[in-house]
Design a protein around this ligand. Structure first.
Ligand SMILES: [Zn+2]
Length: 357
């Protein structure tokens, strides 16, 4: 399991110069690699290494630069131009961290930077430190530590684990950035208007109409759920895992109390289960607590959400709030935190809210 923890650092002139030089070096490597159609760092090395050293970059950073440039050229459709740069550091060759002091390689030897580790991140500093990044964002500088913890159950897992977050406006959002049923939002508004018109009339005829319409809407939602579950499952193969939130205790979770559509979500889960079972895909449920509040990158709950967007105040991570939720759901399973209720059948029609939707 990997975790990235960005920590704001104070930099001196040497570090600023190192970043600037690294940026120039990276652009040079990219230009050469692009011009010569080289995509492999071993091949590129003899053409640029001496230039980088002459520019003043230390050996380890030159090597990092060459590697990074090939990675970028490989993905690019045209000669890449660098605006922002992240320097890759490897422990112990180009950086080390001891007693809250970071020691990083610069153009003039190692520079020591004292660091204050935020409380939420303390536990990760017991893990193994892997390749980490020095980045600049406007006038702020971050050192993003990457930590690794071997978790046997997760590393044995070669299959895909897909987190699925259920919501009102986007019916399902996956940890792999797919949205389903976004068109429902506007239809639901129309339905609400229609229903309240009929309700305000209060005549016998309008009540009859209301009842009939409620059936129409429920059939439409079932059809929608059928399609959504079908497309989610069609993306997966035998052995993969779908992770969703366990909604059986939804009454205790504020977020779901608003849902007058509970049955629709339960129905969608049961459709997903049903289709998953027939393809040998596992369905697992995790505890829904804080899945929308927690940052999927650093797991801090010091976060804000506004108009569908999620932002972490601790690490600066920002993304669609439902994707954040879906990723948390998937990660919860990966971390073996699931209160495993595997393939439990869901009682669809027991909910008395059916006629009210
Ligand atoms: Zn965060």
């Amino acid at each position: 399991m990997l975790r990235s923890i960005p920590i704001k650092i104070k930099v001196n002139e040497l570090i600023v110069k190192t970043i600037e030089l690294y940026k120039q070096g990276l652009q040079h490597c990219i230009d050469v690699a692009w011009g010569m159609k080289i995509r492999n760092n071993v091949e590129l090395h003899p053409f640029v290494y001496k230039d980088l050293r002459k520019m003043g970059l230390p050996s380890q950073l030159s090597i990092a630069c060459i590697k990074q440039s090939c990675g970028m050229v490989k993905k690019a459709k045209s000669n890449p131009i660098i605006n922002k740069v992240s320097i890759r550091y490897n422990a112990p060759r180009s950086f080390s961290f001891k007693n809250n002091v970071l020691s990083i390689s610069t153009i003039q030897g190692r520079v020591k930077v004292p660091i204050k580790i935020p409380d939420y991140a303390l536990k990760y500093f017991n893990w193994e430190i892997r390749e980490s990044l020095l980045t600049q964002s406007k006038d702020k500088y971050y050192f993003t530590f990457t930590f690794l913890k071997e978790t046997p159950n997760c590393s044995q897992h070669n299959n895909r684990v897909l987190g699925v977050d259920l919501g009102i406006n986007k019916i399902a959002v996956t940890s792999e950035n797919k949205f389903y049923g976004q068109e429902i939002k506007s239809l639901r508004k129309k339905r609400d208007r229609f229903v309240s018109e009929l309700q305000s009339k209060g005549t016998r005829a309008s009540k009859r109409k209301l009842k009939k319409f409620s059936g129409v809407w429920n059939r439409f939602m079932s059809w929608t759920n059928h399609n959504i579950s079908k497309s989610i499952i069609s993306e997966l193969k035998e052995g993969d895992v779908v992770v969703m939130e366990d909604l059986s205790n939804i009454r205790t979770t504020a977020r779901y109390n608003k849902w007058i559509h509970k049955w629709a979500f339960r129905q969608l889960q049961s459709f997903i289960e049903y289709k998953a079972l027939s393809k040998g895909i596992r369905v697992v449920y995790v505890n829904p607590r804080y899945t929308s509040k927690e940052c999927n990158r650093c797991h801090s709950r010091n976060t804000i959400r506004h108009s569908g967007f999620f932002e972490c105040k601790d690490c600066g991570h920002s993304l669609d709030s439902d994707i954040n939720g879906a990723r948390n759901i998937a990660q919860r399973y990966m971390q073996n935190m699931c209160r495993a209720i595997v393939n439990t059948p869901v009682d669809l029609m027991s909910d008395d809210s059916v006629l009210n939707v």
